[in-house]
Design a protein around this ligand. Structure first.
Ligand SMILES: C[S@@+](CC[C@H](N)C(=O)[O-])C[C@H]1O[C@@H](n2cnc3c(N)ncnc32)[C@H](O)[C@@H]1O
Length: 285
């Protein structure tokens, strides 16, 4: 299977046991253990440690994560892109150390800043960057082949308004985003973690909303989309319980999909399966 095909695998793979439910502390976790993750890849990186093609740094400081690190195979072009393009198009979480706000990574730091979380292979991110040249976009993703794929897209389309971070988005929101610095936060088709005992891994939860509320400018938008109705309800419930956010639609309702959101790979898959797609658009009060 080539690396890009791995993204076609999906939520179904979550149906297996959560490989990190009983993960021992890193020192006790043998590197040779094989685990199946939420996207169906098997890897040994259940400690949250970046695979060989990464920097070797940890991708999160959290014990409960919304993702499982996968060692998805990189194509030669993706590996090359990581080496060649990350120094200019990437933002290194660890060396940034919070001292350099995301905005300062762009040639035009005065422009509005949008952040996409879990961009997958980057289709939506690149589409939005192309359609909105007056906006700076940061994409955050932990899956290395997806980052490599997106880097190649940024290069081939000649985009100057995109930067990528390979790290846990919660850390990025908390540590690299200045207060009230983002005009938009976008979360498209996040892993739904179907099983009840896995719900704790859903990224939309109070600590995530705290981080988004801190980073969004007043009037800024949180745009979520999912093809899992139960997760849409979960998102609405969490957002309705947080008075820092107001639904731009009435009550706990979805909006009509805004023009600015390009279709994503996981959305297309959901549609093929007959799933309804939910767009949620909340404004930071
Ligand atoms: C189901 S995929 C959806 C990808 C893409 N948005 C799409 O619609 O095709 C969810 C993605 O979110 C990423 N992800 C999950 N939790 C994350 C986190 N805390 N920080 C960064 N990326 C995350 C996963 O690696 C995965 O690529």
């Amino acid at each position: 299977m080539i690396a890009s095909d791995r993204h076609k695998q999906s939520y179904d793979d979550e149906a297996g046991d959560d490989p990190t439910d009983n993960v021992p502390e890193p020192a006790q976790a043998p590197q040779t253990d094989k685990q199946t993750d939420s996207m169906g890849d098997r890897d040994s990186a259940r400690q949250g440690v970046a695979p060989a093609e990464g920097s070797g740094a940890r991708l999160t400081s959290r014990s409960i994560r919304s993702f499982v690190i996968r060692n998805g195979r990189m194509t030669d072009a993706q590996t090359d892109a990581m080496t060649r393009l990350m120094p200019t198009l990437g933002i290194d979480f660890h060396s940034s150390d919070g001292a350099k706000p995301l905005q300062q990574s762009f040639d035009h730091p005065e422009r509005p800043l949008w952040l996409e979380i879990g961009f997958g292979n980057g289709d939506a991110l690149l589409g939005m960057a192309e359609s909105n040249p007056q906006v700076n976009l940061v994409g955050v993703e932990v899956h290395a082949p997806g980052v490599g794929h997106a880097l190649l897209g940024v290069e081939s389309r000649g985009l100057e308004n995109v930067r990528l971070v390979r790290h846990d988005a919660l850390d990025v929101l908390e540590k690299l985003c200045a207060t009230a610095s983002l005009a938009r936060v976008m979360l498209f088709f996040p892993d739904p973690w179907h099983k009840k005992r896995h719900h704790k891994r859903r990224i939309v939860r109070p600590d995530f909303l705290n981080a988004v509320a801190h980073a969004l400018t007043p009037g800024g938008l949180l745009h979520c989309a999912t093809d899992v109705t139960d997760y849409a309800t979960w998102m609405h419930e969490h957002l309705a319980a947080d008075n820092r956010f107001a639904n731009t639609a009435a009550g706990c309702e979805d909006v009509v999909r805004p023009d600015w959101r390009p279709a994503t790979r996981f959305e297309r898959r959901g549609e093929r399966l007959g799933h309804a797609v939910h767009d949620l658009l909340y404004r930071r009060c």
